[in-house]
Design a protein around this ligand. Structure first.
Ligand code: TXE
Length: 479
């Protein structure tokens, strides 16, 4: 039984009150949990794929049954009503989608044939699941990011222990009920709550780790994983650029840029965080962007109305304010929006557009993670590409041009893993279909999307059979 002082308070992003508590497992208990999962994984990994898929599909059904309760909990976690209630269905689609695509992509990864070096040797590959995967996830999309990597890992045959962010852990209770509904799954999937200390302790227990979060924490996680020589798959956010060319349909461009900047209060890793617009259309674009921005309303006091909810993480409001202050102090102009405002204990911010920005400003270089769209003019295509690539990050990007071909020409030269053409912020579209790498500080460890999103959870083995007499040392002579 944990002592009361071991509990961690959780703040409600709409009221500002601490109205929920989590109790991290002791290191001893965490070790026991991981041992239980390891023991159960042996049978789970040995089951035929079709059986694991059948179990996962039952989990999807259970999530569907509990969708309302999960959505309600996540709505308190994040302060967002509508999206929080969509997320359980997105997770269900994710499970069903991976279950559908897994057999063929695993089949394609199983190679067999004759050696091109030793013609008498035949080979066959074997995929051995990593026994225990740890997932450390952030607060901005609690259920989605806790399960994005866990779902394909479970299908691959791993056991998984997930440590969601201490900022938004309420969803765990109703999700645990869905896991408990499927005993075979409950044996190999566990959610544990806690802060960075629990995350750090978890790394000592697992055989591979998936992390989503900040660069600073990602670096600590990468070092801890390197010390143990375990594979680490890290995604650390971005500073996604959007390029709008002179030929672009400006209404389309403003619609795409605004949505991808302010959706979920800008708290998405692939939010648009900086925009480069050709000088000939800059003013007209900004006018449209401001007009559209001014139509958006805060989702306060009724969480079911409006467009922009509170900051989920209270410190984020201060970070966003600091970025705006820094930009204004260096000569940026506020076209609309402005500072965060406190309403009923929550921190909110209207859709904010900044112009006359430069790369000397934090708002153009550091992850802002708020509903802010800084717009900078460019003169030539070369300049636009150079500006977009002048970043410590490289998660996603966008190009809105006169047509797809023009957008593709620019997009091919951008240093980012997923580039939206004629739209922005649509990275999730390729979840199971195409692979993408993070550039620079945005991540490491191979694609979490496409076939590798699942195949990375296998250790690849090769079994080789020699069908002729083995080479004889006596016959080989001196090497
Ligand atoms: O992330 P952290 P935070 C960015 C965003 C935000 C900043 C900080 O800019 O302002 O990150 O957010 C666990 N060992 N993003 O503080 O600290 C922690 O408990 C192991 C971008 O939430 O990185 C949580 O579960 N684990 C991002 C997880 O790491 C540790 C999404 C992430 O926390 C740990 C969220 C440690 N030493 C924030 N310390 C995106 N773009 O998707 C903490 N953790």
């Amino acid at each position: 039984m944990a002592a009361a002082e071991d509990r961690l308070p959780v703040r409600n992003p709409r009221t500002g009150d601490n109205d929920y508590w989590i109790t991290p497992p002791s290191p001893k208990r965490l070790h026991e949990i991981c041992q239980e999962l390891r023991a159960a994984q042996v049978a789970w990994g040995a089951r035929p794929l079709a059986e694991r898929i059948a179990v996962m599909l039952r989990w999807a059904d259970a999530i569907e049954r509990h969708a309302q309760a999960i959505g309600d909990a996540e709505a308190i976690d994040t302060g967002r009503w509508k999206l929080s209630h969509q997320v359980p269905h997105m997770v269900v689609d994710g499970i069903r989608g991976w279950c559908k695509s897994a057999p063929a992509l695993i089949d394609r990864a199983l190679l067999s044939g004759t050696s091109t070096i030793y013609p008498n040797v035949s080979f066959q590959s074997q995929l051995k699941p990593i026994p225990l995967l740890g997932v450390i996830s952030p607060w901005n999309h609690p259920f989605l990011l806790a399960t994005l990597d866990a779902i394909p890992a479970l299908i691959a045959g791993c056991a998984v222990v997930v440590k969601p962010s201490e900022i938004a852990p309420r969803f765990v209770e109703p999700v645990q009920r869905t896991v408990d509904d499927v005993p075979e799954l409950a044996a190999v999937l566990r959610f544990i709550t806690g802060d960075g200390r629990t995350g750090q302790a978890l790394i000592e227990e697992v055989d591979a780790l998936c992390f989503t979060g900040s660069v600073g924490t990602g670096r600590k996680v990468a070092v801890a994983c390197a010390n143990r020589f375990i594979p680490a798959f890290l995604e650390m956010g971005g500073k996604d650029a959007a390029v709008v060319t002179a030929t672009a349909d400006l209404d389309r461009a403003a619609t795409a840029v605004l949505r991808s900047s302010v959706f979920a209060t800008g708290q998405i890793c692939f939010s648009t965080e900086r925009v480069y617009v050709h000088e000939s259309v800059h003013d007209a674009f900004v006018q449209k962007l401001v007009e559209k921005s001014n139509q958006l309303e805060l989702s306060y006091p009724d969480p079911r109305r409006g467009h922009i909810g509170p900051f989920t993480f209270v410190r984020q409001a201060a970070i966003v304010d600091a970025h705006i202050d820094d930009a204004l102090a260096q000569g940026a102009r506020l076209a609309c929006g402005g500072k965060s405002e406190q309403l009923g204990g929550g921190h909110y911010m209207r859709a904010t557009v900044l112009t006359e920005v430069t790369h000397a400003m934090k708002v153009m270089t550091e992850e802002t993670f708020g509903p802010v769209t800084p717009v900078m003019r460019y003169r030539t295509e070369e300049e636009a590409i150079a500006l977009a690539n002048d970043s410590d990050y490289g998660l996603s990007a966008a190009v809105i041009a006169g047509d797809v071909e023009e957008a593709r020409r620019i997009g091919e030269r951008l240093d980012a893993g997923a580039v939206a053409l004629q739209d922005a912020g649509i990275t999730i579209a390729i979840l199971r279909d195409a692979e993408k790498n993070s550039f620079n500080l945005s991540g490491m460890g191979g694609s979490r999307m496409g076939p590798n999103g699942l195949l990375r959870f296998y250790r690849k083995k090769a079994l080789m059979a020699n069908h002729a007499a083995p080479a004889d040392m006596l016959a080989l002579g001196e090497a």
